[in-house]
Design a protein around this ligand. Structure first.
Ligand code: ASP
Length: 353
């Protein structure tokens, strides 16, 4: 069924028109009755700790109170990080690819109708999550990439802007000039740029449930730093960096995207919750799965982190690697206020970013 049909049906349903759905292939479409408000709802969460958690979740919460829209709320939260040049892993200020060009990935998903949209390798637009939302709401497609995504954003009035901040440019230059002593780029003789620039990850997942049980989520990122131009990570891939299902909950991923893609990471978390695991146990299960498919902890020199929420508003968080001083965190806000929860990690190891 196309997104347009899906949406039309959903709108009719939301308008209270009694609909019966045709059988599609073998299985009937499942209609999920709206739930009564549960005590932990509404809830908004993000894959960050105290400082960013508050910066993101407070305005997202205010938006939810004012508009009542869980999509507006998660978009607002994502935009906060996207627009902040101090964050080097999302939106404006994100670290660039190997050619010094910032390319952004983002996805959005809405639980009541499984609608979703995403953009990938998008250049020059500060808020890719908002463009992803327009792909979801104003097209019958799901993924738009590169120049097509940029053209689409511009047609919707987004302004093209330089996303490479001075801070990010200098980090790129340090990386480039220290990459090899056999190429034509070398650092200044005074040793100023000597420090090796590690490849970094970051990203943010913002997930939320309104008081009627409608779930939405966003994942937005500048992706792996120094990536090959055109590389797309897990963040814009539905089921990898993000998955939302009103019947169960939502999950999002950060970290080494290739591993998340080949395990359909966020989808896996949601499906494990569907089969009865808590959000915490489901996040641990995907981390274990990634370790297993790599042949054991000795082969895992990267990190991935998952956050999840079930339809009752319970949250969980786990990473593959961590240490006592570097535990994965998830921040959430509900009627009782703002809280940061420490998750678990499976391999005790200093986290190599
Ligand atoms: N998952 C992102 C990617 O692989 C990176 C990150 O989380 O920082 O593009």
């Amino acid at each position: 069924m196309s997104k347009a049909l899906n949406r039309r049906k959903f709108l009719k349903k939301a308008a209270g028109v009694g609909l019966t759905f045709p059988f599609l292939g073998k299985f009937p479409e499942i209609i999920i009755p709206r739930r009564k408000a549960a005590s932990k709802l509404p809830v908004l969460l993000c894959s960050r700790s105290e400082e960013w958690g508050k910066k993101v979740l407070n305005p997202a919460w205010d938006t939810l109170q004012h508009t009542g829209s869980i999509l507006d709320a998660v978009e607002k939260g994502a935009n906060v990080v996207e627009l902040d040049p101090e964050d080097s892993s999302v939106g404006y200020g994100g670290l660039p690819n190997e050619e010094g060009v910032v390319q952004l990935d983002a996805s959005i998903m809405y639980g009541p109708n499984h609608n979703c949209g995403s953009v990938a390798a998008l250049e020059n637009i500060k808020t890719p999550a908002s463009v992803a939302r327009l792909v979801m709401e104003r097209t019958d497609h799901i993924h738009l990439v590169g120049t097509g995504a940029l053209r689409f954003a511009k047609m919707h009035g987004f302004k093209e802007e330089n996303l490479l901040t001075e801070k990010a440019r200098i980090r790129w230059l340090k990386w480039k000039e220290n990459l090899s002593d056999k190429d034509d780029w070398f650092p200044p003789a005074d040793g100023k740029y000597k420090k090796k620039q590690e490849r970094t990850t970051g990203t943010i997942n913002v997930l939320g449930i309104d008081d009627e049980g409608n779930i939405a989520g966003i994942t937005t990122t500048s992706g792996l730093s120094w990536k090959i131009p055109g590389r797309i990570g897990d963040s814009p891939i539905i089921g990898a960096g993000l998955y939302v299902d009103n019947e169960v909950g939502a999950a999002g991923a950060t970290g080494r995207g290739e591993e998340v893609i080949r395990t359909c990471g966020s989808f896996y978390v949601v499906e494990r919750m569907r089969s009865g695991l808590s959000p915490q146990a489901a996040c641990e299960a995907i981390c274990q799965r990634i370790i297993d498919i790599n042949g054991g902890p000795e082969n895992v020199d990267f990190n991935d982190k998952f956050v999840a929420v079930n339809k009752n508003g319970e949250v969980g968080c786990a990473s593959i690697r961590g240490s006592k001083n570097k535990k994965p965190m998830v921040a959430y806000i509900n009627k009782d206020g703002f809280k940061v929860v420490e998750g678990s990690y499976l391999i005790e190891a200093p986290v190599k970013k």
